[in-house]
Design a protein around this ligand. Structure first.
Ligand code: SF4
Length: 307
C-alpha cells in the first residue's frame, strides 16, 4: 500500500508530496521464536519453505493460536517445533505422534500439528503413524520428505529412491521405498495430499484444509536436502531440485494413492488424493462409553475427550 504524505521541505519551506511504501507485516516472522535465530538449516534446504507455508496457513486460518500445539520428533525437520512461537514440543525420535495423542487426550480442544521428517515419522515412528491413522485421531501430520536422514548423516530412509546412494548404501539403495500417501490411506487417514516446496500456494491451501479437517490429515512435502541427498547423488543444488519439482510434477487430484508412488523417470503426482469424513477416535470412544456407562461416564468427566 502506498501512502501519500504532504511534507514541508526543511530547506526551501515548500510543500512537497512524497509517496512512501507502508511497511507490510511479515506473516511468518510473527510465528517464529526470533531469539532462536539463526536456524540450523543449510542453504538451499527446503524445510524453511515448508515452515513458511505452515506459518502462512496458520496466520490465515483464523485459529486461536493459544489452542494450537506443534510437536516434532528428531532430525532437521524435527527442529521446526522449537522455532515456532506456539506451544511447541521437540520430542524423542519417532515419538511425535504418541506425544501429540497424549496432548489431545488431555485437552481435546487443542488443534495439534505433528511436523517431522520421513525418517522420524516412517522408520522409528512408523508404528505410531499407522495406529493414529487407524484411529482417525484428530490431528494434522506434515512430513517433510527429503529422501534421507539429514541430521544424522544421510543414512538410507524408508523413502529413499531405489539405486540412490546413501552413507549406508554406498553402492545404491536396493530397498523399495514406501509410497506415503498409499500407506496413509490404507491405514485410515481421512485427508491425504502431496505437494513439493515448489508448490507454495497449493501447500498453504492444503495445510489450511488439513487444519480444518476433522480427523487424521496427512500432507507429504517433497523437499530438497542439498547437503546430503543431492550432493551424494550428484543432483545439483536446492534450486536445481525445485526446478526439477516444477518441471516433473503432474497435478492428480483424486488419484488412486496406489498410483502415486515416486519412481525414477516418472512424473511426480501431486494434489489432494483423499478427503472423506469418518468419526474420529474421541467421538467413537465417547459414544461407546456413554452408551455403556450413561451417567457414570458423564459424571466421571464424560466431556473429557469430546471435541
Ligand atoms: Fe536440510 Fe539436508 Fe541440511 Fe538437514 S542436512 S538442514 S535436510 S539440507
Amino acid at each position: 500500500m502506498n501512502l501519500n504524505e504532504i511534507m514541508v521541505s526543511e530547506t526551501s519551506g515548500e510543500t512537497v508530496e512524497e509517496t512512501r511504501v507502508a511497511p507490510i507485516e511479515n506473516p511468518v516472522l510473527k510465528l517464529m521464536r526470533k531469539d532462536r535465530m539463526p536456524h540450523i538449516w543449510c542453504p538451499g534446504c527446503g524445510i524453511g519453505t515448508a515452515v513458511n507455508c505452515l506459518s502462512r496457513a496458520l496466520d490465515s486460518s483464523g485459529l486461536d493460536l493459544d489452542k494450537v500445539s506443534i510437536v516434532s520428533g528428531i532430525g532437521c525437520s524435527g527442529r521446526v517445533a522449537g522455532y515456532m512461537d506456539l506451544d511447541s514440543f521437540h520430542t524423542t525420535h519417532g515419538r511425535a505422534i504418541p506425544f501429540a495423542t497424549g496432548l489431545l487426550l488431555s485437552n481435546p480442544e487443542l488443534k495439534v500439528i505433528v511436523f517431522s521428517g520421513d525418517g522420524d515419522l516412517f522408520a522409528i515412528g512408523g508404528n505410531h503413524f499407522l495406529h493414529a491413522a487407524r484411529r482417525n485421531q484428530d490431528m494434522l501430520v506434515v512430513c517433510v520428505n527429503n529422501y534421507t536422514y539429514g541430521m544424522t548423516g544421510g543414512q538410507v530412509a524408508p523413502t529413499t529412491p531405489l539405486k540412490s546412494t546413501q552413507s549406508t548404501m554406498p553402492y545404491g539403495n536396493f530397498e523399495e521405498p514406501l509410497n506415503l500417501p498409499q500407506l496413509a490411506e490404507a491405514a485410515g487417514a481421512t485427508y491425504v495430499a502431496r505437494w513439493t516446496v515448489f508448490h507454495v500456494r497449493q501447500l498453504v491451501k492444503a495445510i489450511k484444509e488439513g487444519l480444518e479437517h476433522k480427523g487424521f490429515a496427512f500432507i507429504e512435502i517433497l523437499s530438497p536436502c542439498p547437503t546430503l541427498y543431492l550432493r551424494r547423488n550428484k543432483l545439483g543444488d536446492g534450486v536445481d531440485q525445485v526446478r526439477y519439482f516444477k518441471e516433473h510434477s503432474v497435478l492428480k487430484n483424486g488419484a488412486e494413492t496406489r498410483e502415486v508412488a515416486l519412481k525414477a523417470a516418472c512424473p511426480i503426482s501431486v494434489g489432494k488424493f483423499v478427503e472423506r469424513q469418518a468419526p474420529c477416535w474421541t467421538d467413537v470412544r465417547n459414544a461407546q462409553l456413554s452408551a455403556a456407562l450413561g451417567e457414570r461416564f458423564a459424571s466421571s468427566g464424560g466431556k473429557h475427550g469430546g471435541n
